[in-house]
Design a protein around this ligand. Structure first.
Ligand SMILES: O=C(O)CCC(=O)C(=O)O
Length: 284
C-alpha cells in the first residue's frame, strides 16, 4: 500500500529540476563487504572518487537503525531537536504519526541520542575502511539522515566540501548507508566518476546550494543502487546528487562524514572565497 495518504499527497512539493540531469545508464559496481576493502579498492576510490559496498551492515543493524530513526521522529527523545520536514507540509501539529514519519526529509546530529545509530558510525570495520580511504585516523564531524519521502524532492548536484568550513584540500569521506532499498526510481545516489580530481567548484543558490546544472558532466554519471545495509563512500569533492523519489514509499539513508583527526576549522568567508559562485558574480 502507498505510504502517501490523499491528504498528504496534495501538500507534497512539486519537483522542478531540468530534464536529463541524471542518467541511470551506468550502474556502480560493488565490493562485497567492508572487510574486502584493500589496496585495489583504495586505488579505485582515489581514481573514481567513490566506492560502493554491497553488504556493509547486517539487516538486523539496519532494522534497528530504522526503528531508532522512527523513534526520534515520533519524539521519544524530547530533547532531540534535529527533525526537518519536507517543504510544503503545512502545520506539523495536524499530522498523524504516520504522516510525520513519511513527511520528514532530514534528521541532523542524532548519534548522541540513540546507540542504535551511534554503533554504525563507530563500527570497527567501517573505521578501518575509513582509515585507509582517508590515509589517516578518522574523526566523525557530521551525522545526518536524508529520508527522501514518497515523491520527495531531488538533492541537486553538489560537492560536500562546499558545505564545510575546513581547508578545501582536507581529505573528507562521506558514508551513506541505505536503510531501505535504494533504486534509480526512488532517488538512489548518483556520482560523477572522477569529478573530485577537478578540485573545488563554484556553487550557486538555486534549488539548493548546488553546482550549476549546465556544468554537470552527465556522461560520467554513475547511479548507485543499494540494498538495505549497502554503503557508499565518496570523496568530499565528488559531484553527487539524487533525483526525486518517484515512488510511493520513503527512501531512508544515514550519512556520516569523516575527516582526519586534528583538522582545524576555517571560516565561512574562506569557504565562500573558494565555493561562492554568486558571491563572486560568476555566471550560472
Ligand atoms: O541522500 C541523498 O539523497 C542525497 C544526500 C546528499 O548528497 C547530501 O545530503 O549531501
Amino acid at each position: 500500500m502507498s505510504q502517501v495518504s490523499p491528504a498528504l499527497e496534495r501538500e507534497l512539493p512539486v519537483d522542478d529540476h531540468p530534464a536529463g540531469l541524471y542518467s541511470s545508464s551506468r550502474v556502480a559496481e560493488t565490493v562485497p563487504c567492508l572487510s574486502s576493502i584493500g589496496e585495489k579498492e583504495i586505488d579505485f576510490f582515489l581514481e573514481h572518487g567513490y566506492l560502493a559496498v554491497e553488504r556493509g551492515f547486517s539487516l538486523e543493524a539496519v532494522q534497528a537503525a530504522a526503528a531508532a530513526v522512527d523513534d526520534l521522529i515520533d519524539g521519544k527523545r524530547a530533547d532531540f531537536r534535529g527533525v526537518q520536514f519536507e517543504a510544503g507540509l503545512g502545520d506539523k501539529a495536524d499530522l498523524t504519526r504516520e504522516q510525520r514519519r513519511i513527511g520528514v526529509r532530514k534528521l541532523m546530529s542524532f548519534t548522541d541520542y540513540d546507540d542504535r545509530l551511534k554503533v554504525l558510525a563507530e563500527n570497527a570495520d567501517l573505521l578501518n575502511a575509513l582509515d585507509q580511504l582517508l590515509g589517516a585516523a578518522p574523526d566523525l564531524f557530521q551525522d545526518m539522515a536524508l529520508l527522501k519521502p514518497p515523491r520527495g524532492r531531488e538533492k541537486p548536484w553538489h560537492q560536500d566540501c562546499a558545505f564545510f568550513n575546513i581547508p578545501h584540500d582536507t581529505p573528507v569521506v562521506g558514508v551513506w548507508i541505505a536503510l531501505d532499498k535504494a533504486t534509480a526510481s526512488n532517488g538512489a545516489m548518483h556520482v560523477i566518476t572522477g569529478s573530485h580530481r577537478n578540485g573545488p567548484e563554484e556553487h550557486f543558490k538555486r534549488r539548493d546550494w548546488q553546482l550549476c546544472d549546465t556544468e554537470i558532466d552527465v556522461a560520467n554519471d554513475v547511479v548507485v543502487p543499494l540494498e538495505p545495509g549497502g554503503v557508499l563512500f565518496w570523496h568530499g569533492l565528488t559531484h553527487h546528487g539524487s533525483p526525486p523519489n518517484g515512488t510511493e514509499f520513503r527512501r531512508r539513508a544515514l550519512q556520516f562524514h569523516y575527516r582526519p583527526h586534528g583538522v582545524s576549522e576555517t571560516s565561512v568567508k574562506q569557504r565562500m572565497d573558494i565555493f561562492g559562485g554568486d558571491v563572486r558574480g560568476a555566471e550560472c
